[in-house]
Design a protein around this ligand. Structure first.
Ligand SMILES: [Zn+2]
Length: 258
């Protein structure tokens, strides 16, 4: 069995405090030997760093998540830069634009995103992007800064938007939502897209439970179900999808090849 990489897990969050060891154990038993763990807000960076130092196979990314705008301050951006310079994470993120949640100031979100994209270019790191109802705006920001690479996590846009991201050098992160039969547009994109731009390995734990697990806490061990779903949609063996997408993640995040 090919070792899988969950490219988007929030295993550091409080939802896992009570039983994190068991969750990590189940993940490894399911073949999920590595996880990329993107930050949410500056206040969580020390815990994220300590967890990733203590557990083999957990790789942090540092950034300011748009949904948590109320927690960010402009001066946090300089601190993000310091953390990146000091810790040399595998990526910058989670950052982006969320135009779905009401009451999140769009201009302020753009200021945080633009600076983090500039940091990604300065440090030559990939970016983990959150985009909700904002795919075109996120793509415009990527284009404006230029010279970037990364992943648009939990992609849910149109085929045209998908194409514009991989033309810009961005992967699409595909997770739990693809397992829902009613996600027709997403499923047809996943069935036909170039596999080199697909990071199936993301579950966004504890969010985004899979079909059949609604209302439950998601966890990285569920990644195998996402893999099987994508294999079925594409009519290809799960082993080959696993091998290619693991290699994609290793390349993007400059992880050791296994
Ligand atoms: Zn996330």
């Amino acid at each position: 069995m090919i070792a899988l990489i969950d490219s988007h897990s929030h295993i550091d969050t409080a939802e896992f405090d009570a039983d994190r060891d068991a969750v990590l154990h189940r993940a490894r038993d399911a073949g999920v030997t590595r996880q990329i763990v993107p930050a949410i807000a500056l206040s969580g960076f020390p815990k994220l760093r300590d967890l990733c130092r203590a557990e083999a196979g957990l790789h942090p990314a540092y950034g300011l998540h748009p949904t948590f705008l109320a927690e960010h301050r402009p001066e946090h951006l300089a601190e993000v830069a310091d953390w990146i310079a000091r810790e040399r994470p595998v990526a910058i993120g989670e950052c982006g634009l969320d135009f779905y949640i009401e009451g999140l100031d769009r201009d302020s979100q753009r200021v945080y995103l633009d600076r983090q994209l500039e940091l990604a270019r300065e440090f030559d790191l990939p970016v983990i992007l959150h985009a909700r109802r904002a795919f075109d705006d996120v793509a415009a920001a990527i284009r404006r800064v230029g010279g970037l690479r990364g992943v648009v996590h939990s992609f849910s846009g149109s085929e045209e938007q998908a194409r514009q991201f991989w033309k810009l050098g961005f992967h699409l992160g595909i997770g739990g939502p693809v397992t829902y039969e009613r996600a027709r547009r997403l499923r047809s994109i996943v069935a036909a897209m170039p596999i080199e731009w697909l990071l199936l390995e993301e579950t966004d734990s504890p969010d985004q439970p899979l079909s059949g697990h609604r209302g439950e806490r998601n966890e990285p061990a569920c990644l195998k179900e996402v893999l099987d779903c994508i294999a079925q949609l594409r009519g290809e063996p799960a082993e080959s999808i696993a091998a290619t997408t693991t290699a994609n993640a290793e390349r993007l995040f400059a992880l050791e090849k296994r």
